[in-house]
Design a protein around this ligand. Structure first.
Ligand SMILES: [Ca+2]
Ligand SMILES: [Ca+2]
Length: 437
């Protein structure tokens, strides 16, 4: 039988390693040693109960808090989640449901000591993931004893720790590069905004000038439009002469020829087109300025870091789909069979949320603690369901890569993703902590 729960204990492993005192009872953790050094034993949480030292680890639970059995599973039943049971010597007459000892202490000399649950003690299984010294089995269960593997396990642990340390250092260098790149990109964006603001101002002036020029040319032409100004009673008299003059004006481009290009002369047309052109250019530049301006307002994370990878995409193969994450843009689910793909959300913001994942040997885990979560929302609507959305949880890695994808609930996806941007510089963190002290 395996103990999957014991993995969760890795996080609780205590880094204290204390050389076992000569006569110390089995399973006593370093912080409890002082209680087990005289000829009598006082139940730790029930000091009114004193028993002889030979009742410690005699495989009978004598103390209501279980402290007399640090090295057996005799008091394992004392658990806040278990129903109370009759217990001799307890002030309440039953188990008080609070155990003082955190578990069985595996000393693990040469590696890192740690506590395992009392139920794992003498259960016939060597629990090497926490107890590399095999001390959890002393032969009480079908004679099972476990060899001490701390030398090999400790060596492998230190090798992996060293590897992780190196990878982390590389990731921190990458992160610094990203921050530098992001800062350059921001400066470029700011320069573009400054240039565009000037362009817009200049174009506003130019547009005003060209509109005035257009109005002036139109007005001038109206003066040449004799028909509009001459009273009807003399128009007939002058008609022939006017026709000659009009013909001359049209042929010289000073007046529109109604037969060819509507009511506009080439001079008016040119002035109008120039004014319209300036207006068009102005609206184009104004739009560009708005876009660049909103880009500067966008949340790119601490130190603007995600600006460095904006628009870049990462993919992961998962069964019949490929999942794609495009940074600060969108997430996609692409079917491998057809060409169909579904938008799983558009980038909205970055939040901080608490991760609680087991550490993994390969380091590709969110671990536990506060982590950045990118929210991608308002994706394609699910059939008979809500709009898709994706939470992109970020962990520390040397390069951008999607570790895992899961559908937390219908149409809500969770991507676990590694990026240097999520790495914390331990040296910086430590020096900050020092400063605070
Ligand atoms: Ca006992
Ligand atoms: Ca065991």
């Amino acid at each position: 039988m395996q103990h999957p729960k014991s993995l969760a204990l890795l996080g609780a492993v205590c880094s204290l390693t204390v050389a076992a005192a000569g006569s110390l009872p089995r399973g006593v953790g370093p912080e409890f040693i002082s209680h087990y050094q005289s000829k009598e034993f006082t139940c730790i949480a029930n000091p009114s109960i004193v028993i002889s030292i030979d009742r410690v680890n005699d495989n009978t639970c004598d103390c209501p808090d279980g402290s007399d059995e640090p090295g057996t599973a005799a008091c394992a039943f004392i658990d806040p989640l278990s129903p109370e049971q009759p217990l001799y010597g307890s002030p309440s007459g039953t188990t008080n449901a609070t155990r003082t000892l955190p578990g069985f202490w595996c000393n693990n000399k040469g590696h890192i000591g740690g506590y395992i649950p009392f139920t794992f003690v003498n259960d016939g299984i060597c629990d090497y993931d926490v107890c590399c010294d095999g001390s959890d089995e002393n032969g009480s269960a079908n004679g099972v004893k476990c060899e001490n593997r701390c030398a090999a396990i400790g060596k492998e642990y230190r090798r992996l720790a060293e590897e992780r340390k190196k990878a982390h250092a590389k990731a921190i260098v990458k992160k610094q590069e990203m921050i530098k790149q992001a800062s350059e990109l921001r400066q470029q964006a700011e320069a573009r905004v400054t240039a565009l603001e000037k362009d817009v101002k200049d174009l506003e002036v130019k547009k005003g000038e060209l509109e005035r020029e257009y109005a002036r040319v139109q007005n001038e032409e109206a003066v040449y439009d004799f028909d509009a100004y001459i009273p009807p009673f003399i128009r007939d008299v002058l008609h022939d002469k006017i026709r000659i003059v009009r013909k001359w004006l049209i042929s010289n481009g000073m007046m529109a020829d109604p037969a060819t290009d509507g009511s506009e002369s080439s001079a008016v047309k040119a002035a109008r087109e120039a004014a319209e052109g300036a207006a068009q250019e102005l609206s184009h530049k104004t739009r560009e300025l708005e876009q660049e301006g909103s880009d500067l307002q966008k949340d790119f994370g601490p130190s603007d870091i995600f600006r460095a990878i904006q628009g870049k995409c990462a993919e992961i193969d998962a069964g019949e789909y490929t999942y794609e994450l495009c940074w600060l843009d969108k997430t996609l689910q692409k079917s491998k069979k057809g060409h169909a793909s579904s938008n799983m959300g558009n980038y909205a913001r970055i939040d901080i949320a608490i991760a609680d994942e087991e550490d993994r040997v390969d380091g590709k885990s969110l671990g536990s603690g506060p982590r950045m979560v990118m929210r991608y929302e308002n994706g394609q609507t699910c059939w008979n369901g809500p709009q898709r959305r994706t939470d992109v949880w970020l962990g520390c890695a040397e390069t951008e890569e999607i570790w895992r994808v899961s559908e937390a609930e219908k149409c809500v996806y969770k991507l676990e993703v590694g990026t240097p941007a999520a790495c914390e510089d331990e040296t910086v963190k430590k020096s900050h902590e020092k400063d605070e002290l």
